[in-house]
Design a protein around this ligand. Structure first.
Ligand code: ATP
Length: 511
């Protein structure tokens, strides 16, 4: 599976074929950038959520959970800045009728200059071999310097225009760089316009009395407006955190890339309230803690990297993304943001209520600072799914498709397979299901030859196959087959739960 584009298509097809993800409203030709989680997908998603929740809430004595409503008072989005500033600049191509984010078109152009610089560096490396001093080359080579200077100039100008909301200048920039529609090559552009990403809706029975509301574009604000309630009723002392998972909605301008960018998606967010002045140490702590969580799933250290932001959002004094190596390259999976006291202060102003915390150790009141960790559950799902899908050539030369999901996240932990459909084997297999289903999601499968059933479970991501044969009737033992090693061991039926428990204990993964 060398070509990343083909591989990504394979991931999408596999997600459908094995009951992970369906396009929403498929029989009506789908709804753009909205997806449904199928029988296996819903389990994988639930397991990822649970893995996050346990690590954040159960493993931190000073973090508690919350489930706030999707619909909130409309003033909240005024206070948070979303009504005025949650915009993306969009541009349409008049010939192709395709819509793009104007800033992304310019950024992609700038990135191409960086690619050219990298090519020069690679060429020189090859030419000079061992003796190559990369740092010196980058600092002195004319071409590299020129490419990077041009790139920086473009990005600076874009940042200035966006900051000043000078959208006409963004268009001038696109035209002067000769940027064309990536799909068709046309340079026939409309003006650049701001587009608010929030979905509006109405509350109330009649048109005259209805109130305009928004579907929340992030779960964070539900935490901010509840922070003092939680602090008081939970008798929380700073520093403490509130964790929440739930749906968020964004009317994304360009939503391609499957579940990477959806219009309805789920976030897992934690807001950590700290003393003013201590936010940077907590920001560093959460950056490292969140990276460790990702690494605990064993999907390869080389597939993660931090991207520290230079340009900060209006509410932040530091921000970094954890990027993952998706089939289409490294992209943001999670954000860690030091949000200062911006949100709470804004809510004080807009609500007229004091949101201060009395710190008994300092004997003073203050509005806490906030460090946030925010990860998209669907993006995490895509990271896990795409990383796990593998094509293997076996010793006998045959191929197998295997979905090597981390055992702890796999939707079904074991399939119980009677070798044949007679002689009392199905009955024994079903009695094993009866025992195991108290603690594990297990399924029964008797259709086709056992080899084909193994392949089917490999492709679906099931960690174990338990095969019941004639010997099982005599000595109450079965074979336990491991999806990844394909090794089979003979174990007693009584010990199955213990074997499986060991492999999926949270302690063994999270610790
Ligand atoms: P991007 O730059 O990719 O648009 P963002 O910086 O706007 O993302 P945040 O507002 O920081 O994202 O949201 C936190 C997390 O929520 C992101 O790291 C991502 O995992 C997830 N997320 C954001 N937008 C979407 C979306 N449209 N679909 C799926 N997940 C999303």
């Amino acid at each position: 599976m060398a070509n990343p584009e083909d591989f990504f298509k394979k991931v999408i097809a596999h997600a459908k074929e094995y009951g992970y993800i369906f396009a929403s409203s498929e029989i009506y030709d789908g709804l753009s950038a909205v997806y449904d989680y199928a029988q296996n997908g819903v389990e994988l998603k639930k397991n990822i959520r649970e893995y996050w929740w346990r690590s954040m809430v159960y493993m931190h004595q000073n973090i508690v959970g919350l489930d706030s409503a999707i619909l909130m008072h409309p003033k909240i989005w005024k206070a948070s800045g979303h009504v005025d500033a949650f915009n993306d600049p969009l541009i349409d191509n008049k010939d192709s009728k395709k819509r793009y984010r104007a800033d992304v078109l310019v950024e992609d152009y700038a990135e191409k200059l960086e690619v050219k610089a990298q090519k020069e560096i690679a060429k020189a490396k090859k030419r000079f071999g061992e003796a190559f001093d990369q740092a010196q080359f980058e600092a002195t080579n004319d071409r590299v310097l020129r490419y990077r200077q041009e790139k920086q100039g473009i990005l600076d100008r874009l940042a200035r225009s966006l900051e000043a909301e000078d959208l006409a200048d963004v268009k001038v920039l696109i035209e002067s760089l000769g940027i064309a529609d990536p799909d068709t090559g046309s340079k026939n552009w409309t003006d650049v316009r701001q587009f608010n990403l929030m979905f509006g809706t109405k509350l109330g029975a009649s048109a005259e009395t209805a109130t305009d509301l928004y579907l929340r574009p992030e779960t964070a604000q539900g935490i901010f407006v509840n922070y003092l309630n939680v602090q008081k009723t939970g008798r929380m002392k700073i520093p403490f955190g509130i964790a929440q998972t739930g749906k968020a909605f964004r009317n994304e301008i360009v939503a391609r890339q499957f579940i990477f960018r959806m219009r309805e998606f789920e976030q897992m967010e934690m807001q950590f309230f700290v003393r003013p002045g201590e936010e940077m140490q907590w920001y560093d702590y959460w950056k490292q803690t969140r990276l460790k969580w990702h690494l605990s799933l064993g999907m390869g250290e080389e597939n993660y990297r931090f991207h520290d932001h230079e340009k900060l959002a209006h509410y932040a004094n530091a921000a970094s993304d954890i990027e993952f190596n998706f089939p289409f390259g490294f992209k943001e999976l999670e954000g860690i943001h030091s949000r200062t006291d911006f949100d709470l202060k804004q809510h004080e102003t807009f609500s007229g209520k004091k949101l201060q915390f009395f710190d008994p150790e300092l004997n003073e009141s203050y509005v806490p600072y906030v460090v946030e960790t925010s990860i998209g559950l669907d993006r995490m799902f895509l990271a896990v799914l795409s990383h796990s899908l593998q094509e293997e050539t076996l010793d006998d030369g045959s191929q197998r498709t295997v979905l090597k999901l981390p055992f702890i996240l796999a939707p079904t932990k074991a399939a119980v397979l009677p070798l044949v459909k007679k002689d009392g084997l199905p009955e024994l297999a079903k009695s094993i299901i009866d025992q195991l289903q108290w603690d594990f999601n297990v399924i029964y499968d008797e259709k086709d030859a056992v080899g084909r059933r193994y392949r089917r479970q490999d492709a679906a991501g099931t960690p174990y196959c338990i095969t019941v044969d004639h010997q099982s009737l005599e000595d109450q033992t079965v074979t336990l087959r491991n999806r990844d090693t394909m090794e089979q061991i003979r174990v007693s039926i009584d010990s199955l739960a213990l074997h499986m428990q060991e492999a999926i204990a949270y302690k063994n993964w999270l610790a």
